[in-house]
Write a protein that binds this ligand. Structure first.
Ligand code: DX5
Ligand code: ZN
Length: 216
């Protein structure tokens, strides 16, 4: 079985104490730290930029997974990589030059991912499979933490898994993931689980353990 990574989203952390928060989730067993960058244009919310990635970078050794909900993304890709992102994910819907963005991320020295909004078919990544390390399947509409998981996305996760075949591409589920649905999400084919409100709403170690257990 694939090794499942748990990626707490710091969107639900206490922004006034971000250094402590990332240290705490790392100590609690987080595999990755998920950073949600939003621009108030591609999504109706504003969050953080490369300066937040560089601020948290010295606090953890954990893999930093940056999810860009910004358009255009191109002007900021190098800045996020230089700030310490290990992986940068751009939305397929964020611009006409997805292939160019993926190349820029890899050239800057990070792994590259593509995110798909709930209505976007997995076929959007069919011709860039050699250029990506991860497909992020949005299991809520991007923009906010704490929303309900969209059940129809289980089928889409399975379609993404079938599309990647035996390529070394991870499938990340993002939005509304909890101990209640983590089993279904992993059985459908995801191997990275993002969780914001489900982890930061309680005892971090206990919440991470519960998701990992449910993931099987
Ligand atoms: C939503 C973000 C998610 C979000 C997850 O736009 O991409 O990463 O923070 O939060 P929960 O787990 O609370 O849905
Ligand atoms: Zn995210």
């Amino acid at each position: 079985a694939r090794e499942v990574k748990i990626a707490p989203s710091i969107l639900s952390a206490d922004f006034a104490r971000l250094g402590e928060e990332v240290r705490a989730v790392e100590a609690a067993g987080a595999d990755w730290i998920h950073v949600d960058a939003m621009d108030g244009h591609f999504v109706p919310n504003l969050t953080m930029g490369p300066n937040v990635v560089s601020a948290i970078r010295p606090h953890v050794t954990t893999f930093i997974d940056v999810h860009l909900m910004i358009a255009p993304a191109e002007p900021y890709l190098g800045a996020f990589v230089n700030a310490g992102a290990d992986l940068v994910t751009v939305h397929a819907e964020a611009g006409p030059h997805l292939h160019r963005s993926l190349q820029s991320i890899r050239e800057a020295g990070a792994q590259a991912g593509v995110a798909l909004n709930p209505a976007t078919p997995v076929s959007h990544v069919e011709h860039v499979l050699d250029d990506i390390d991860l497909i992020l399947v949005m299991t809520v509409n991007p923009g906010f933490g704490g929303q309900a998981f969209i059940p129809a996305m289980l089928e889409k996760i399975a379609a993404a898994r079938a599309l990647v075949g035996d390529r070394p591409i991870r499938i990340e589920a993002d939005g509304g993931v909890s101990p209640q649905n983590a089993g279904d999400v992993v059985r459908a084919g995801a191997d990275v689980l993002v969780a914001g409100s489900a982890i930061f709403g309680g005892d971090y170690a206990e919440r991470i353990r519960a998701i990992r257990q449910a993931a099987g």
